[in-house]
Design a protein around this ligand. Structure first.
Ligand SMILES: [Zn+2]
Length: 330
């Protein structure tokens, strides 16, 4: 970060923060996470939709907790990605789907270093199933919101590669470009009709399938970006935007539009996949818990104990996050 002086208005000298690199840590844009959890509610069957609709704001807002936690809590960050290409040219054949088998093959240090996203989705799924069994409204809603976050991360191609933020210096910032800037500019226009949630016979396998679908898109993202970068006049790639008190260098509207167009609906498809799969996981957890009746919970407010805990956590994460600067966008 550089501090620059800018003559903004006559006679007034303003100190503005200039963020040099486009996009810092703004994971699958907060914007996208909120939309995905919100729209996933509408995939649910009548037995579930009442409770989820009642708390749709909570589900949407709490979707971004895991990213706040990732910058503050040790061990959280690797749950948001898996650098699957670390494991060679044919990683999906080599990598065991089960945690125990992967552990035996690669050891915990390696697995944690390169990310544990699909296994963490599975852990969250088991926790949510337990919460349904216990008829614990607080936990059902909080875990549903957080599970939606990790599923959305698995639908984000650059969360599945060691080249998560550019293969070359000229591509740096591409992570936030794909997952934050494009959804912020275009997600309001997407079609989220994802159909009705379906039962997942093997949720861990589904989590891996998401990673594989996403990873297959990494090359396309880089190819499209590179060909645009070489064909675009250099002075039209970036522009500056005022956000709060700072001026951010961002990809210009015209470059963003060209990138979005050339990706040919990829961001929209991946967001819709996240919506549908989040609904599938919520529904499957409920079925596996024996389809408990949710109607009696509908009018129950989220406990003041949980709301207090969330408030304290947010404060703690913010404080810890400020003192830590993490390179990896999550
Ligand atoms: Zn994340």
């Amino acid at each position: 970060m550089n501090i620059v002086r800018t003559h903004h208005c006559p006679g007034i000298l303003l100190l503005l923060l200039l963020v040099v690199l486009p996009g810092s840590v703004r994971p699958f844009g907060f914007h996208a996470h909120r939309i995905i959890n919100r729209m996933a509610v509408f995939t649910l069957p009548p037995e579930m939709i009442g409770l989820y609709k009642q708390h749709i704001e909570f589900l949407s807002e709490r979707s971004i907790d895991p990213d706040r936690m990732a910058h503050a809590v040790e061990g959280e960050a690797p749950r948001h990605y898996i650098d699957i290409d670390h494991y060679g040219d044919d990683p999906f054949t080599l990598m065991p789907r089960q945690w125990d088998e992967a552990l035996e093959l690669y050891g915990e240090d390696t697995l944690v270093t390169y990310g544990v996203l699909p296994w963490h989705i599975h852990v969250m799924m088991q926790r949510l199933t337990r919460a349904f069994r216990e008829r614990n409204t607080d936990r059902i809603l909080l875990l549903s919101a957080h599970l939606g976050h990790y599923i959305a991360d698995a639908c984000t191609p650059l969360h599945t590669t060691k080249d998560y933020n550019g293969r070359y210096p000229s591509q740096r910032g591409i992570h936030a470009f794909w997952e934050s800037r494009l959804p912020e500019l275009y997600a309001h226009d997407y079609d989220y009709l994802a159909g009705r949630a379906e039962y997942l016979p093997d949720p861990l396998e589904t989590a891996w399938a998401l990673v594989e679908i996403s990873h297959l898109k990494v090359d396309t993202i880089y190819q499209v970006f590179d060909s645009l970068l070489t064909s675009f006049p250099a002075d039209q790639v970036y522009s500056h935007e005022l956000r709060g008190q700072s001026v951010n260098r961002v990809y210009s509207p015209v470059f963003s539009e060209a990138f979005h167009q050339s990706l040919n609906g990829m961001v929209e498809r991946q967001m819709r996949l996240a919506v549908r799969t989040t609904g599938d996981f919520w529904f499957t957890a409920w079925v596996n818990a024996g389809q408990p009746e949710l109607e009696p919970m509908e009018e129950r407010a989220i406990s003041s104990r949980l709301l207090r805990r969330i408030k304290n956590d947010l404060r703690r994460w913010e404080k810890a996050g400020e003192s830590k600067s993490r390179e990896k966008p999550l």
